[in-house]
Design a protein around this ligand. Structure first.
Ligand SMILES: [Zn+2]
Length: 267
């Protein structure tokens, strides 16, 4: 999955240092990212090309990643969906995680308690206000649910989204709710089905939507008649193991990994 970058190591402790020539700077604008496409793939501005003061984000091995604001000659803004095609994979993970942090910084310039400007804490990844308010990054937990019925898996297609492929039931955890109860609620809301034997599979940071995704498998309980949410979904249907195509493109995602796990008969 996207976060699996071994043997490289992601260092998320907040240890800012002066930018070096081969460090990487992500500059976002709206839903675009500054990059240059070459024959060997996508390139991002390097420390050596940066004139402005940039915000330290994190490191992977010895290379640090920063957030910039200004355009850099030789690079252009393109859809941030291209981040997903970046290779090696740690660059893809870095871009998505930088996007998560960009959205947090961008949405937290002022104190929500008193309205004064926020400043970066010196030693923590946090923003602070002179009134004492301390603001930490926002991570939104959400569940991805694979509902099985013997040899069949419940899959969905979203309505009105760019992504047209197969998805699984998914949704945000509500305040005061256990993740396992989110699973039961979302399956009922999206597909009108009851489930049992809810069990944890794996998790994944998914910076595109500021999520921490929690994957669960569960089994159908009672009727298999799907009554899907027409506002959120274009369709929801049962598909058998034999009908599922091998997942090639999408193994970056927890959803793709879960569908493939089911197809291979491991769940
Ligand atoms: Zn304040």
């Amino acid at each position: 999955m996207i976060q699996d970058i071994q043997p490289k190591v992601y260092h998320n402790e907040y240890t800012p240092r002066a930018i070096r020539a081969d460090d990487i700077v992500f500059v976002f604008r709206g839903r675009e990212v500054l990059l240059r496409e070459e024959e060997d793939g996508f390139h991002f501005p390097a420390g050596a090309e940066i004139k402005e003061t940039v915000q330290y984000l994190f490191s992977i091995d010895d290379r640090a990643f920063y957030l910039g604001k200004e355009p850099v000659p030789g690079y252009e803004f393109q859809s941030m969906r291209l981040l997903r095609q970046c290779r090696p994979q740690d660059l893809c993970f870095a871009g998505m995680t930088a996007w998560h942090l960009y959205n947090w910084y961008d949405g937290h310039r002022f104190c929500g308690k008193c309205g004064k400007p926020l400043h970066h804490h010196e030693t923590l990844r946090a923003l602070q206000c002179s009134c004492g308010n301390l603001v930490f990054p926002v991570i939104a937990p959400a569940v991805i649910v694979a509902v099985t019925n013997g040899d069949k898996l419940l899959v969905t297609r979203y309505a009105g989204r760019e992504f047209k492929g197969m998805a699984l039931v998914a949704g945000f955890c509500e305040i005061g709710e256990r993740a396992e109860d989110t699973v039961r609620r979302e399956v009922m809301e999206e597909a009108g089905l009851r489930v049992k034997n809810v069990r944890y599979f794996d998790s994944q940071p998914w910076g595109y939507a500021s999520n921490l995704l929690l994957g669960y498998f569960c089994e159908l309980e009672g009727s298999d008649e799907i009554n899907f949410d027409h506002e959120e979904l274009q369709s929801a249907f049962w598909i058998s193991r034999q009908e599922l195509e091998p997942v090639k493109e999408n193994l970056l995602s927890l959803t793709g990994t879960m569908i493939e796990t089911f197809r291979l008969g491991k769940e």
